[in-house]
Design a protein around this ligand. Structure first.
Ligand SMILES: [Zn+2]
Length: 394
């Protein structure tokens, strides 16, 4: 049986042929067809930084009392409690719920940054299985940290990155939580592991001023200088946030091949500031940092916040996500061109009608075909209730 698919013609007469997971110039005879005469073919969206582990938060996560006063308190009292409470069933339910919503919103690739300190070794296989079942493309890593159990915790985090098996839709990255929760040794080991595995490092950088202040207390000029001096940023590495970086920092890191990921809604919600220096390079993709995986909503927030902050350099961030994903999968970066990833969506009147990932139809007429959406939602609600109980113990 051929694995080829022809999407279209759409209302503009456009056709996209996919074979072997990649877009091809011409479909072989006998290819399956997905005609869409009243729709419009477009590239699938890339979410360049998120956290599947927070997927259950939308199901009634109790707010911390009293409210956190700053970014570190948000981490300590919300996300670092949630991540310690995660077990296998709650992580699986969170990932499936989040990924199903992402696909229905036309997101075909997600770059995830995962942490679950009481479930390290088994975590990435759970995420990879959920992604494979639902048919979404992912870049996965465990974000090594020493914040709970010290160096041993970081070693186990890096080991989790090492043991992730790549597949046609999955590539592994080496994750570091952030400069302020790891030692020099862990940073060095992350860089060495990424080079050994032929991949890159995915890390939060200068999200809040606290990350910069921590690096200075350790005797470095800042977190970027520290990561760079300890050889942890091989070309292509993914730096989330960069809110407290200078234009000069951004230019130098981009010249060394780094990607930045802007997460405007998260930055606004956490009140860490607006990442204005990022417009010094075109190597900036868009992420949601655990918010709902709707890239149109994130792009809208970007435009609103860019206008407020007088930032005129934000064009092309969704397109940069395609280039980032293509780089990791060894594909042509121009979406829908021959040699590019076989991922696309069909919209009708702006709404997502069909979603195709690697030549597989995963959403058909607005409905998820790779999973039972109602069941996924019901399981997410049930696991969320359990998780809030566990979280109260941490
Ligand atoms: Zn993040």
């Amino acid at each position: 049986m051929s694995d080829a698919l022809v999407v279209g013609p759409d209302r503009h007469g456009r056709i996209v042929a996919i074979q072997g997971g990649r877009v091809v110039a011409e479909a072989p005879p006998g290819a399956a067809a997905l005609p869409c005469p009243d729709g419009e073919i477009a590239p699938g969206a890339v979410c360049a930084h998120t956290h599947l582990y927070s997927g259950l938060a939308r199901w009634g996560m109790p707010p911390p009392e009293p409210p956190p006063r700053d970014f570190l308190e948000i981490l300590q009292r919300v996300w670092w409690r949630l991540d310690r409470a995660l077990d296998a069933p709650s992580l699986d339910a969170a990932a499936r719920d989040y990924l199903a919503c992402a696909l229905r919103a036309g997101v075909t690739t997600l770059v995830d940054h995962h942490e679950s300190p009481n479930l390290i070794a088994d975590s990435l296989p759970i995420l990879a299985r959920a992604a494979a079942d639902l048919g979404v493309r992912t870049l996965l890593c465990y974000g090594a940290s020493e914040r709970n159990f010290g160096r041993e915790e970081a070693r186990r985090g890096l080991a989790a990155c090492r043991s992730l098996a790549p597949s046609p839709l999955v590539r592994g990255l080496v994750g570091l939580h952030a400069s302020f929760t790891v030692s020099d040794d862990t940073i060095r080991e992350a860089g060495a592991l990424a080079r050994e595995l032929g991949t890159v490092v995915h890390v939060h950088v200068a999200e809040d001023r606290a990350d910069v202040e921590d690096a200075r207390r350790r005797g470095w000029a800042g977190p970027l200088e520290r990561l760079s001096a300890l050889d942890a940023l091989p070309s292509g590495s993914i730096l989330a946030h960069g809110v407290h970086l200078s234009v000069d920092h951004v230019r130098r890191a981009a010249a060394a091949g780094a990607w930045f990921v802007h997460n405007p809604r998260s930055n606004e919600g956490n009140r860490v500031g607006y990442a204005s220096a990022l417009s010094a390079t075109q190597r900036v993709a868009l992420g949601v940092d655990g918010w709902g995986p709707d890239m149109a909503a994130e792009d809208e927030a970007l435009r609103r916040l860019a206008a407020v902050n007088g930032d005129r350099g934000v064009e092309g961030r969704l397109a940069a996500g395609h280039a980032l994903a293509a780089e990791r999968f060894g594909a042509t970066s121009a979406p829908l061109a021959p040699g590019s990833l076989g991922d696309c969506v069909v919209r009708r009147d702006g709404a997502i009608l069909h979603v195709v990932v690697g030549g597989r139809i995963v959403v058909d007429n607005g409905a998820l075909v790779t999973g039972d959406f109602e069941r996924i939602t019901a399981e997410a609600r049930a696991q969320a209730a359990r998780l809030w109980e566990r979280m109260a113990e941490f």
